[in-house]
Unconditional design. Sequence first.
Length: 107
Amino acid sequence: MNNNKISNPKKEVPTGIELNDQDYMTILLTHLKELEKNMTVALTEASNEKLYKDYKKMFDTIADAGRKAYELMFYLGWYSLEKANSTKIESLYKDLNTQLDNLNLEN
């Protein structure tokens, strides 16, 4: 077992040409992610406060559904996470700080 992976035991699904539960969940999560991105644009461009509040409720519902779908897929072992070692974290931290410094120099 890879010690850098954080995952649950994978629930096996049938293979073949027909869609299985994992395929359906992947499709669902992909569409929820796209809806969430598009709702972000709608929120930004809402023409008045009432419309913004209506969109915000929809956005929250979609975001919650996406989170639940991801959590279910992780629980079923269809997603795994990678443990980051301290060297990788420090390297990313330095890169992000450099980018931030560059942004501050431009202003």
